[in-house]
Write a protein that binds this ligand. Structure first.
Ligand code: NAG
Ligand code: NAG
Ligand code: NAG
Length: 823
């Protein structure tokens, strides 16, 4: 009860100085007090990812705001803007990615904040060390809260995700703070000065001022309104890692022949002022003292009133502690106040100035105080009731309930502690709460997360006539099955799914034996030379990171196609297995290393090294500076009018042709080894300097492309739009089905990856279309000829999609044809 008493006292007697530890209420993104119309954005990916879906913890629409990103990263300025309708003191921000019940995996790893008080002048937020970029989310579900130090006073706030092309970005956000009742919109003051104290410089500038700073400071707010009072000793600061004198703005009388410093305060509207409180340093031993007199002028309309008020505080030469000096303003009505603070010694230093005005805001403050009070009392009553109940219960069922009560109290305690901690993240949707997949023996389901729009398609496949009992074609299928062609059945899916979209190539059992006979010729790489850059993808049992590697040239053979300058870092993709991965996943990982280590071709991504000496096991492969071909092409345009008008970067047809030829060449190499890729697509080709291409295989690991894959039977995840009919219906993956996928890849390239193949068809319709290929009654739909595609190349594509696998060209022939029709 003493506690309750103290709480009440505190609430009633708390000054109106905004304390950053109290002013932390959500401002209404998640709970909807901020209206949809007040949330806007620079762009949206689609209507279902519009600005209004950028609310923290909400799952409406497609689960977040996602900008449409076009152009080069350095020119991108996408933002999500919130209009709070009035000035607010914002102390904390929260961000979250797009999780959408496990379907989404887009989030902003870093972002910046801009704010504005009038909607026209925008200010970039910087922390007290001058850094603009804020560390954001590391996954799509956790909420990450960041304290804004210094806090922001603004009406408009923009969240600006830092975008590169390594992943799509979506955001959900919340602002925390309270209404800014001071009504102060700016103060203009002389620049803070520099003091030399025992050979040490003390910088008394206003380090967080957000207005213009030239001869004086104008139009901004800064340290005098940041809610942080300086320490008694001005050479020290609460703030970590800043220069001495940080907390104060200070001046010396030598620069002010009139003997005073004049500061003008501008307010949002005319107010009835009661008091001004100035937090001053009083370290008189260093010749710093509170002001000896202050003269304030008021302006309510356009002119300064002739009669000022004047106040002289009692000087204190005994107590050197910093203090608030309260100046009565005698209920003057004003929208601006100009105060002249007179020196009483060589130095004068302020850390905070606040104004109290006696009209409606006070009412609001009382109101909110009352609400807080009621909230606290209710909470206290709850706790007391809980304690009483627990005590009573304990008497009845002693032992058991003791445990329960302890747990309850612990929870209370952790909850309240976590709210007070400065920066914390919490898990509102932990990965373990995502419905777990059925156990299956597939590596890739375990290593990589599964993407969106995966309904239950097996029933769809079964709906096709040839898979239903009554179909006349059943006989033929059964015949095929007897001939040893795998039928589309659950048992077979297992062996076709492991490789789909992951980074293993399917290897016929025979080849595998050959491979396993030899030692793996990959060297161990010292893990400490890897520097994490960004995450390319992640899943339950592993992650793929983009890293910089030092000294990698020692691990590359001389026949390496890309030139590495001695001691320069290179970009590498590092796939790592989580330490808690089970034995199956580990074995698959080792198998994959074996396979990868045998592949040496200028157009195939090379395994460079491994880290096997300790967990987590890592596989280091090449990475190319321009990222994957899909993203590369989508941010380029074909040469022509559109590119000219939009000023977009272009890729010429001959370079496109050159890239296609390299893919054919890489595939020729793979097929010569009887390797089946199973997931050839632009997303799996990496682009280096001068349009060099290397085929990789980690498309599936990136959720950016999850829409390209389709789950069958709740288990296998298949890139159905790239798959031959026999792969989808019969589970047959061969070099001929890779040829089919090559045709689709070529089509993607010639459309500059601006749309998904068969974008007008739903996944179900794509599967139905495969049925038409199987029936071959000329009802099947082919991908159309892209506008820039020459006839011979379209003819080549069509030949890749021949129903009869034997009539499709080999990669050797494709490579040859492409060389022949070189532009
Ligand atoms: C204030 O002074 C410090 C120390 O010289 C300097 O690093 C900082 O940039 C200054 N801040 C402003 C806003 O001028
Ligand atoms: C300012 O507020 C005081 C106290 O609330 C009141 O007495 C006074 O009349 C007000 N002044 C004006 C001009 O409204
Ligand atoms: C500054 O203040 C000191 C102490 O009051 C005084 O001795 C000195 O003359 C003042 N300097 C100027 C330029 O007014």
């Amino acid at each position: 009860f003493i506690l309750v008493h103290l709480l009440i006292l505190n609430l009633f007697f708390s000054t109106k100085i905004i304390s950053t530890s109290v002013c932390r209420s959500p401002l209404g993104m998640s709970r909807g007090q901020i209206l949809d119309e007040d949330i806007s954005a620079s762009s949206q990916w689609s209507d279902s990812t519009a600005a209004k879906y950028g609310r923290l913890d909400c799952e409406e629409g497609d689960g977040a705001w996602c900008p449409e990103i076009a152009g080069e990263p350095e020119n991108i300025n996408e933002f999500l803007q919130i209009d709070l309708r009035s000035l607010h003191f914002i102390t904390l921000v929260g961000t979250q990615g797009r999780h959408a019940g496990g379907i989404g995996n887009e989030f902003a790893q870093t972002y910046k904040i801009k704010y504005s008080r009038d909607g026209s002048r925008w200010i970039s937020w910087r922390n007290r060390q001058g850094k603009e970029v804020i560390e954001g989310n590391r996954n799509a579900y956790d909420i990450v809260l960041k304290d804004l130090e210094p806090p922001i006073i603004a009406r408009f706030v923009r969240f600006m995700p830092v975008i590169d092309h390594s992943m799509n970005v979506c955001m959900r956000v919340e602002l925390y703070g309270c209404e800014w009742l001071d009504g102060l919109v700016s103060y203009n003051s002389p620049l803070g000065q520099q003091m030399t104290l025992n050979g040490q410089y003390i910088y008394l500038n206003d380090s967080v001022y957000d207005g213009a700073m030239s001869y004086s400071m104008t139009e901004g707010l800064g340290q005098l309104t940041d809610g942080m009072c300086g320490l008694d000793d001005f050479t020290h600061s609460h703030v970590y890692n800043v220069w001495p004198g940080y907390d104060y703005v200070g001046w010396t009388n030598e620069s002010f022949p009139n003997g005073y410093v004049e500061i003008i305060f501008e307010f949002d509207r005319t107010r009835n002022f009661t008091t001004m409180k100035v937090h001053c340093n009083n370290m008189f031993s260093q010749r710093v003292k509170t002001f000896q007199k202050v003269v304030c002028y008021f302006r309510s309309e356009s002119d300064w009133e002739a009669t000022p008020i004047s106040f002289s505080p009692v000087m204190d030469d005994v107590n050197p502690s910093a203090r608030f000096v309260t100046v009565s303003l005698y209920n003057h009505m004003a929208s601006a106040i100009k105060c002249q603070y007179y020196f009483s010694d060589i130095w004068m230093m302020f850390s905070e100035i606040t104004f109290q005005s006696g009209d409606d805001p006070t009412h609001k403050v009382d109101d909110s105080n009352t609400r807080i009070l009621i909230g606290c009392l209710v909470a206290i009553i709850f706790i007391l009731v809980a304690i009483i109940v627990i005590i009573l219960w304990r008497q009845v069922w002693q032992k058991m309930l003791e445990k329960v009560s302890r747990r309850m109290l612990d929870d209370e305690l952790t909850a309240s502690l976590s709210i007070q901690s400065e920066t914390f993240t919490y898990n509102n949707n932990s990965p373990s709460s995502v419905p777990s997949e059925q156990e299956s023996s597939s590596t890739y389901e375990r290593i990589f997360p599964l993407g969106p729009d995966y309904q239950e398609p097996s029933c769809l496949v079964r709906k096709l006539p040839e898979f239903s009992q009554t179909s006349e074609d059943t006989g033929e299928l059964q015949k095929r099955v007897q001939e040893g062609v795998p039928h589309y059945a659950e048992a077979d899916i297992v062996n076709l799914q492991g490789v789909t979209g992951g980074n293993t190539y399917a290897v016929p059992a025979l080849t595998m034996d050959l491979l396993s006979g030899k030692d793996v010729a990959v060297e161990e790489f010292p893990r400490k030379l890897l520097t994490f850059k960004e995450k390319l993808g992640e899943g339950q049992f592993g992650e793929v990171h983009l890293c910089e590697a030092e000294g990698m040239q020692d691990f590359m053979d001389e026949d390496f196609s890309f030139d590495v300058i001695e001691n320069q870092t290179v970009l590498v993709a590092v796939k790592m297995l989580r330490t808690d991965a089970n034995k199956n996943a580990r074995n698959d990982f080792l198998k994959e290393i074996k396979i990868m280590s045998r592949l040496k071709d200028p157009n195939i991504i090379r395994l460079l090294a491994v880290c096997m000496s300790s967990d987590p096991l890592c596989m280091i492969t090449e990475y190319m500076e321009n990222g994957d071909l899909n993203q590369f092409l989508s941010r380029h345009e074909p040469e022509g009018m559109i590119a000219l008008l939009s000023n977009a970067p272009t890729v010429s047809y001959s370079n496109l042709h050159h890239m296609a030829t390299q893919i054919a060449s890489g595939m020729k190499y793979l097929s010569s080894l009887n390797f089946v890729h199973r997931d050839l697509a632009t997303r799996n080709c990496l682009v280096g300097k001068n349009y060099t291409i290397k085929i990789a295989d980690f498309g599936m690991s990136r959720n950016l492309y999850s829409g390209d894959y389709y789950r069958i039977q709740g288990r296998a995840v298949l890139p159905i739009r790239w798959m031959s009919w026999e792969s989808i219906l019969l589970g047959k993956f061969t070099t001929s089905s890779d040829v089919w996928a090559f045709g689709v890849t070529l089509w993607e390239m010639l459309t500059f990856c601006k749309e998904q193949p068969y974008s007008q068809l739903s996944d179900e319709q794509v599967i139905e279309n495969t049925g038409e290929f199987f029936r071959d009654q000329r009802r099947q739909i082919y991908l159309p000829q892209p506008p820039m595609c020459p006839d011979p190349v379209y003819k080549l594509m069509l030949s890749c999609w021949h129903r009869n696998t034997k009539e499709r060209p080999s990669f050797q022939e494709i490579h040859h044809t492409l060389l022949d029709c070189k532009p």
